[in-house]
Design a protein around this ligand. Sequence first.
Ligand code: ZN
Length: 394
Amino acid sequence: MANRSLTGNLSTQTSNSLLTLTVAPGKVMRGSGILHSVGKEIARWGSRPLLVAGNSTLAMTHKSLQPILAKANLVTAASNYGVDCCEASLQTLKTTAQEHQADVIIGFGGGKALDTAKLVAHQLQLPVVTIPTSAATCAAWTALSNVYSETGAFLYDVALCRCPDLLILDYDLITTAPPRTLVAGIGDAIAKWYEASVSSGNSQQTLIISAVQQARVLRDILLQKSATALQAPGSETWQEVVDATVLLAGVIGGLGGAQCRTVAAHAVHNGLTHICGHGSIHGEKVAYGILVQLRLEEMLQNNQLAASGRQQLLKFYAEIGLPQKLDDLGLGNITLGELQTAAEIALNPQSDIHRLPFTVAIEQLMAAMVSTTAPMDSKDVKNRVSPREMSQEV
Ligand SMILES: [Zn+2]
């Protein structure tokens, strides 16, 4: 259920100073089985870690991570982050960290566990180590945490003062995650191109030009390698795709900063979280959001490249199992009221959807949301391509 009073709290990552760059973690360690050799490295950051993880991953740490920390003479407290990266969980974890006299926070898990750990560390001004157990997002890399309600509705994001101090990417851990998480990570990462090229494609700033170009490289790697990677978890190609979703996607966010992050795909995601909560994962909703964004560009700008880009993505999504329509997100029976609520949230005044180069009315957004799989009307778009659109690459 939507909570309309929450819309006033929505914000986007604009608090990062333009003079401050948070490009990359202090150190990235990656490899298969490297978890066994990280005790000493973590000990450089503190001797009393608070380990933050979700329910099932916390159980995993009793056998995997906690013995390694004990062997390095670290006195560890472990805590469940609860239902989501929400204000109540953050408060509880801060108290736990203070009671334990924690001097370093370790996030172990998916995006929500890592976002929670990063934000607790930021608020307590402690170093943070991120250990992703899935490749579903680039949260292990970025200086950003998303805060949700207890029912999973997106509320706001917080720009952190720096990227994590240490990122440990152990491919063996990632292979234990459900394949669906990497598929979602591909959806979240490929959005970088579709969003950054719209919000920052005309930028003259060196680092932003570089970020947009890297987003294009990231898209191409994912289009070329994802299907092969998903067929062979743990393979070299699979590792390259994991690097793309966890690391390169983070590089782009870091280089591009707040100006080059999200547009309509994430705005649609944010709207959907208010009607479907924890029913689908972040990258799945974002992937669907890309199709909505392209549909808007197609419908409102008659952008032929957006139209063909959408057809290309529909094929790609079918191949790897990303959602193409509301039904695929478990929202096949959505009411008109719910659709309207999601669209209203996506269109709130602070929403990144307003970085599109045209204005979107609520009816237009709702129409785009229910027509993401519409066929391309070739005769309709044939004569409408303007010179500006020809110079865009979608
Ligand atoms: Zn995302």
